[in-house]
Design a protein around this ligand. Structure first.
Ligand code: ADP
Ligand code: MG
Ligand code: MG
Length: 323
């Protein structure tokens, strides 16, 4: 995703969180750097809290315990929402694929890329990890605020940036209800308010097989969020086959029925999780995506492997420019 046009009057901030650059443009009556600092601090808190490889994190505790684990309210509600989205997408979005993601090596991607230590897991390793994975294994005890993963590993990578953007928006608005601008985390943008408080932001959707900056579509937003999941972000190629970080829970292999999926939603968590799900469902299950996703507030643009563009009925609303 790429925001185009001049942006005078905005203050710019940047930090490296969630393995990607988080960039923000803010215009506000409150000192913008105060807002930016608070947002980056919150995002770093979430990155640490939900890092399954950090031994102090709640996910590490959940994933490595055989028993019920007591969790705080935020963890309970985030995991509860993740499981709900898994059910709503018939398991295409699955927050309990941690073992498979670990097996494929997409968790420590940047380090592995530097060392060139990628390998394709064997079919039996994949089957073994898949049999221990899946959101249906995760149980929640709402009365006692406990979660039990039953051997599955939770990985919230498919919605954590969306949740962080939701918190970022709340924080910005607590400082100054009328602030405007946007926050960008790699493949997702959260609008804080219309450009110059007046017009829509112009956002390019990247051509999945083009260079950065080459667009396949343009959307216009004055509020809400847009997220793109693609097979070009974290991948390696062996014998001309592309292996990337979005896994099809049904097979345990990278999903290959799409090259990118873009979701627009007022809710950044929906945009993030449903874009991952739309990618997994791909062109084969497009009818499901097209009919069901808008009910959850997700409008979708799917780019198929043959570079055909498929849209939900209302996606075109966002393709209309301001006059
Ligand atoms: P990005 O990381 O670019 O934001 P996504 O939002 O699509 O892209 O999230 C991809 C991440 O989600 C993966 O790196 C992995 O941690 C996790 N993941 C992979 N496959 C799935 C899936 N089917 N459902 C939910 N999460 C997934
Ligand atoms: Mg996602
Ligand atoms: Mg994402």
């Amino acid at each position: 995703l790429f925001v185009s046009g001049k942006t005078g009057q905005y203050s710019d901030f940047e930090d490296y969180i969630f393995g990607t650059y988080v960039r923000m443009k803010i215009s506000s009556r409150v000192n913008p750097s105060t807002i930016a600092k608070a947002i980056f601090a919150e995002m770093k808190r979430l990155e640490k809290k939900f890092d399954p490889y950090d031994k102090a994190s709640v996910l590490y505790k959940l994933n490595h315990s055989e028993d019920w684990v007591e969790v705080d309210d935020e963890t309970l509600s985030v995991i509860d929402l993740a499981l709900k989205i898994a059910r709503d997408t018939e398991g295409a979005f699955d927050p309990a694929l941690g073992r498979l993601i670990d097996l494929w090596g997409f968790s420590k991607f940047t380090e592995r890329q530097a060392n060139g230590t990628f390998n394709i897991p064997s079919a039996s390793e994949i089957a073994e990890a898949a049999s221990k994975s899946g959101y249906q294994k995760v149980a929640i005890d709402y009365v006692n605020k406990k979660i039990r993963t039953n051997g599955a590993w939770i990985d919230l990578g498919g919605m954590l940036k969306g949740y962080a953007l939701k918190r970022a928006y709340q924080i910005a608005k607590e400082f100054d209800k009328s602030c405007h601008g946007f926050i960008e985390t790699g493949g997702q943008i959260m609008i804080l308010g219309p450009k110059y408080n007046r017009t829509k932001w112009v956002i390019g959707v990247r051509d999945p097989r083009g260079q950065p900056g080459e667009n396949i579509d343009i959307v216009y937003l004055s509020e809400g969020s847009v997220a793109t999941s693609g097979d070009y972000e974290r991948f390696f190629i062996v014998d001309n086959v592309r292996y990337h970080h979005i896994l099809d829970p049904r097979t345990g292999y990278p999903a290959n029925k799409a090259v990118s999926a873009t979701v627009i939603s007022n809710d950044p968590v929906i945009a993030d999780a449903f874009s991952t799900a739309a990618f997994v469902l791909g062109e084969d299950r497009w009818l499901f995506t097209r009919t069901v996703f808008p009910k959850y507030g997700a409008e979708v643009l799917l780019v198929t492997p043959k570079k055909q563009l498929l849209r939900t009925d209302n996606f075109k609303i966002y393709e209309i420019a301001d006059r």
